[in-house]
Design a protein. Structure first.
Length: 522
């Protein structure tokens, strides 16, 4: 009874009629009525049937087939002459299909109360009859004033018609079919889709649909419509800005990671995916510590998401899938703690390698790989400080190769360079682990023997002399060799300076040369 009463009310309003009833042929009591009580409905039916010619001036009669197959008629009292006949016939068909032989009901049914309540809502609301097939569009049974204000359609424009009249060229039909499926199953649903108004203006609309509970009859839904165009424009603009930002971040050579306030990964640019060895789809939503681990020089984890007033920066080691990587990092909160944080990483492995290489080249001889004169003097300065601070005893050696000029003059500089490299290796095998051997000039070498007195230094120098004396280099069938003259000088607490200690060793080496070469003085 609720459905038939609601349909009669809709038909009456669409036709501009004061009352509506449906009756079985031959019965004096209407099956259902709206706009009048039971007695008035029976009286109207008697007048219509008793004086049909007179009744034609104030009623419209439409033949219908009732639910049980019996013939009947829909009677509209004082209808408008402008009502669409096609729509009225469609409504009459629905009314007949919903009517049975029951007696007239009161206009205070649940659905009647529902449509009355819808009228008083400020939002746009429609009552739809839903088919159990998603291929069939819902039929509009009732719309309120809010719906008219939002879309421009009046009740006489839509009642009895397909709700698809709101669809426009950009309406997502797949989403609408999903919505129909939910409605056909008697389930609530909510979504946003683009509709068009009566004037053809596109409007992003949020639909909220709730089923009306009833024991029998078609599925009915109350649907609320809200204009969310402004929100959608904001979301579109925000999405465009986010895409611009991500495009910019993707082009940055440094690795960029954005993290949500709950420490979940939100975004990785291409450089970060390469550095970390993980793609965005795999990293998204995971705890940042599972994706990005940086440790300091002591092996302690660096918390890059810890809140701080100022950006945090430093260097450390990144545990990546390819192994440990030297990185420099900057981590900063985005505006405030509620927005999350951004982490920028830069692989500095190559930079550190170049820095180490430059440092090595600045302190070592390019030909032999031994320390150079500048680095050796720094070692002497440190040794002198330790001698003064701890009363330690050290020895400085000055070594000059004998007859090296003859090798250079007769066999060329390439052979001479080869000899210097190999002599450096020969002497390096003899000195102790804590001693320093350096090349300080053409064929001149220097030696720092730490924590060593002159007697012990002479023993080490003799081992060096014998090793050099026994060295031979082959060149075009000839066997070449050189000797070495060694001068020794103490480096102790009372030594005036490191340069003076080296000068004393140089003077002792000069005496060794004067004594016949290949000897040790000091």
């Amino acid at each position: 009874m609720e459905t038939i009463t609601a349909l009669l009310r809709i038909a009456a309003r669409f036709a501009g009629a004061a009352a509506a009833l449906v009756a079985r042929d031959g019965d004096e009591t209407p099956v259902a009525a709206w706009g009048c009580d039971q007695a008035a409905a029976r009286a109207l039916l008697r007048v219509v049937r008793g004086e049909p010619a007179s009744a034609e001036r104030f009623v419209r009669r439409i033949t219908v087939t009732l639910r049980d197959g019996a013939p009947g008629e829909l009677i509209l009292a004082v209808p408008s002459l402008n009502a669409d006949e096609r729509v009225l016939v469609m409504l009459a068909r629905e009314i007949g299909a919903s009517a049975d032989a029951s007696v007239v009901g009161e206009p205070s049914s649940a659905i009647e109360r529902l449509t009355e309540g819808i009228e008083h809502l400020g939002e746009a609301v429609a009552l739809l009859q839903v088919s159990q097939s998603v291929e069939i569009a819902p039929i509009v049974l009732h719309i309120n004033g809010g719906f008219t204000r939002l879309f421009g359609y009046r009740a006489e424009d839509l009642v009895g018609r397909s709700a698809d009249v709101l669809w426009g060229p950009r309406t997502d039909d797949q989403r609408m079919h999903w919505l129909r499926g939910r409605m056909a199953g008697g389930e609530s649903a909510r979504m946003a889709v683009e509709f068009v108004t009566r004037e053809g203006t596109p409007m992003w609309t949020e639909l909220s649909t709730v089923p009306v509970e009833q024991l029998n009859g078609p599925v009915l839904h109350v649907v609320t419509y809200r204009d969310v165009s402004a929100r959608k424009q904001f979301e579109t603009a925000l999405g465009a800005e986010k895409r611009k930002l991500q495009t910019t971040l993707a082009a940055i050579a440094e690795a960029v990671v954005t993290v949500l306030p709950d420490r979940r990964v939100d975004y990785l640019n291409a450089a970060a995916q390469t550095l970390l060895g993980i793609d965005l789809a795999e990293a998204y939503g995971r705890d940042v510590h599972d994706v990005l681990q940086v440790i300091d020089g002591d092996g302690r984890d660096v918390d890059l998401t810890a809140l701080a007033a100022e950006p945090r920066s430093g260097e450390g080691f990144l545990r990546s899938r390819a192994g440990m990587v030297d990185v420099a990092y900057v981590a900063s909160d985005i505006d405030d703690e509620a927005a999350g944080s951004v982490i920028v990483l830069r692989d500095i492995t190559a930079e550190k390698g170049r820095a180490l290489q430059l440092s090595f080249e600045a302190s070592h001889d390019a030909l032999t790989g031994l320390e150079n004169r500048r680095a050796f003097l720094e070692q002497l300065e440190d040794a002198l400080l330790s001698a003064r601070a701890h009363d330690q005893h050290h020895v400085v050696g000055f070594l000059d190769l004998d007859h090296f000029k003859v090798v250079n003059d007769h066999f060329g500089h390439a052979t001479g360079d080869r000899l210097l490299r190999e002599i450096g290796t020969v002497m390096g095998r003899v000195v102790r682990g804590g001693d320093v051997l350096a090349r300080i000039g053409g064929d001149e070498f220097a030696l720092l023997l730490s924590n060593c007195r002159l007697d012990d230094a002479r023993y080490v120098a003799e081992k060096i002399r014998r090793a050099v004396d026994g060295y031979r280099i082959e060149y075009r069938g000839e066997s070449l060799g050189v000797g070495v003259s060694v001068g020794l000088a103490p480096l102790e607490a009372d030594t005036p300076s490191a340069e003076e200690a080296l000068a004393d060793a140089d003077a002792a080496c000069y005496q060794a040369k004067a004594a016949g070469r290949n000897v040790i003085v000091g």
